[in-house]
Design a protein around this ligand. Structure first.
Ligand code: SRM
Ligand code: SF4
Length: 565
């Protein structure tokens, strides 16, 4: 084994303060339970907000009300965001209906589908957190490790109902998720009030310090790259032969997050390193995660993700480490091909003849109208639902003889437009940003409808209205809507100002490049206009916008706008 392991025998006091916090947290208990009972404040005290992330809960405050509350000498309008862990986004009707009911009871800002195919409930008051979490239990749902320095919700792009191979990939994603989930009794202790003694062997894999940073695992089945596999810390790309899943190409070291003020932070594509047999996937994930646990940077959190560990110690080092633990080298990666990275809206038929509809949900926000429409639909039809990593929703298991009626019903309910595969919306993502995200510097979700309409108008001017172009918008450079994998992306810098990135691939396997910094809407639309015009006139048959920009070397002609300020 290589000797580049950070010296974990050094006193924990020398590590980042979050490491010290984890070490003294008694496996994530801290004083969360006591803080929940303090009704004098809407917040939880001290270090507990950090620990609560491991339980899938973020303390936030309503940023729209900050100034007013400050002026009135009131504490910020504290509220909590609760994120569920739903491996592969698969839910049944009862679970969806339960979530709908709980969100109406406890989440003032309702329910939102995330870019990792799960659900977030925004605007939960401290006094209601326990009731909400307890309400999830009979639904077979929880929020364990949906955030925090651990393995986050495992994503799976394969709709399990399409074929046997899809089903198997989803099954392995779920087994992997179960294997990587922290085992501490803190969750039951705090949220279900079932006291469990803190024991030494409580976290056999994570240990006292958990991971240096979040760790994201994804599964995908080509040719659809809907989870953006090259943006995952560890990605599994299904290799299917004659309808059977034979294994996975594995890729490591993807990640989006960066800071605009640190040059040593950057988005990175995961690299394919080889092939493993299907059944090995869960154990392999634990092995890779353990290597990151032992070698990730525990002093500088901004360099603690697995992508930086790989760049610091080198891929050859990692492969050697892997082989040493695994006892054999990886087989060479097999040939795979992706053809897009968004969702295909509309109907798809599985091998068993059943139909599944993917519905567009703008920014994943399930507003009151949509909730009621879905409620109406589910009352009559539908057994199951699936949440996608592009913030959309699938209604599954429709029989062929029901199809026509279902389509009429969707029309009656006003849901049919959401199935339009031609819509630019189908290729567009935006993150939450204001007013709940504490890191947002500019609007994203709330700006998307206006932005989309203006962008569509611009495309229409050049006859490109129906042309799919991946478009992503985030309120800061952290990249929660995976902007650096889009053909066009805007990342927030300040109110109304964005960095413009261009040239990602339509398949999600090439990073976009920073093209202009701190640009407002007028400026970025003006920058895009001549490019779209040339694309309309000079593109090759089937050529995507990002590929065209590169072929024509248009990204080399950067504007004079300041990139560094
Ligand atoms: Fe994210 C932090 C929302 C997917 C990279 N992300 C946050 C926080 C929790 C802000 C915070 O730390 O205070 C945001 C909460 C906003 C709110 O009010 O709800 C937030 N991230 C989201 C969601 C809800 C965006 C969405 O619109 O759907 C997504 C929830 C996913 C889930 O269900 O688990 C979400 N975040 C992502 C992704 C995309 C992905 O995983 O496929 C990324 C890029 C991939 C990656 O991790 O590299 C992402 N989020 C980040 C980062 C940057 C991490 C880094 O390595 O630098 C942060 C900031 C941090 O961790 O310090 C962050
Ligand atoms: Fe918040 Fe930034 Fe993530 Fe958007 S990209 S949700 S603004 S952290």
């Amino acid at each position: 084994m290589s000797d580049s392991r950070p010296d974990l025998s050094q006193p924990v006091e020398r590590l980042h303060e979050n490491e010290q916090l984890k070490a003294r947290s008694r496996h994530l208990r801290g004083t969360i339970a006591e803080g929940l009972d303090d009704l004098l404040t809407g917040a939880v005290p001290g270090e507990d907000p950090l620990l609560m992330k491991f339980h899938g809960i973020y303390q936030q405050d309503d940023r729209d009300r900050r100034a007013d509350r400050r002026q009135r000498r009131l504490e910020p309008a504290y509220q909590f965001m609760v994120r569920l862990r739903i491996p592969g986004g698969v839910l049944d009707k009862r679970q969806w209906q339960g979530l709908d009911r709980l969100s109406r009871l406890y989440a003032e800002r309702g329910l939102r589908i995330t870019t990792r195919g799960t659900v977030q409930l925004h605007g939960v008051r401290k006094s209601q957190l326990r009731s909400l979490i307890q309400g999830l239990q009979p639904l077979g749902l929880d929020t364990i490790a949906a955030c925090g320095d651990d393995s986050r919700g495992v994503v799976c792009g394969a709709n399990p109902y399409l074929s046997k191979a899809h089903e198997r990939v989803q099954q392995l994603a779920r087994i992997t998720s179960d294997r990587l989930i922290p085992k501490t009794g803190a969750y039951a202790d705090i949220w279900h009030q079932q006291p469990t003694p803190v024991s030494d062997g409580e976290e056999p894999v994570y240990g006292e310090l958990y991971l240096p940073r979040k760790f994201k695992v994804g599964f995908v089945l080509p040719p659809v790259n809907d989870v953006d596999i090259y943006g995952q810390d560890l990605g599994y790309i299904a290799v299917v032969d004659n309808g059977d899943l034979i294994g996975f190409n594995v890729c490591v070291g993807g990640g989006m997050g960066q800071l605009d003020n640190r040059e040593d932070s950057y988005p990175r594509l995961a690299e394919e390193i080889g092939f493993i047999e299907a059944d090995e996937a869960p154990a392999f994930a634990e092995l890779v995660m353990s290597i990151q646990r032992d070698f990730g940077d525990r002093q500088d959190r901004h360099r603690a993700r697995f992508k930086y560990t790989l760049d610091r110690l080198g891929l050859p080092w990692f492969l050697e480490e892997l082989e040493c633990h695994r006892g054999r080298p990886l087989e060479p990666a097999r040939g795979v091909r992706f053809d897009h990275n968004g969702d295909r809206l509309g109907w798809q038929q599985g091998d068993d003849g059943l139909w599944h509809a993917t519905l567009y949900v703008e920014s994943g926000r399930v507003d009151d109208a949509l909730r009621t429409q879905l409620g109406g639909f589910l009352e009559q039809y539908g057994g199951r639902l699936r949440l996608t990593t592009n913030q959309n929703l699938q209604l599954t298991h429709i029989e062929t003889h029901e199809l026509e009626q279902v389509q009429w019903r969707l029309e009656d309910l006003g849901l049919d437009w959401r199935l339009d595969p031609e819509a630019q919306a189908a290729h567009t993502l935006s993150c939450v940003a204001l007013p709940t995200c504490g890191l947002a510097m500019a609007e994203a979700e709330r700006y998307l409808p206006t932005f989309l309409e203006r962008f569509q108008r611009l495309k229409a001017q050049y006859g490109l209205r129906e042309e799919p172009i991946t478009l992503r918008l985030t309120g800061c450079p952290n990249g929660c809507a995976r902007p650096y994998l889009a053909e066009i992306a805007l990342t927030g810098r300040a109110p109304g100002l964005y960095n413009l990135y261009l040239g990602g691939s339509f398949h999600g396997d090439r990073l976009a490049q920073l093209y202009a910094g701190n640009v407002d809407e007028e400026r970025f639309l003006a920058l895009l206009a001549p490019m779209l015009e040339r694309y309309a006139g000079q593109r090759r048959d089937g050529e995507h916008f990002g590929d065209f920009l590169l072929r024509k070397q248009l990204l080399e002609e950067r504007p004079l706008t300041s990139l560094s300020s």
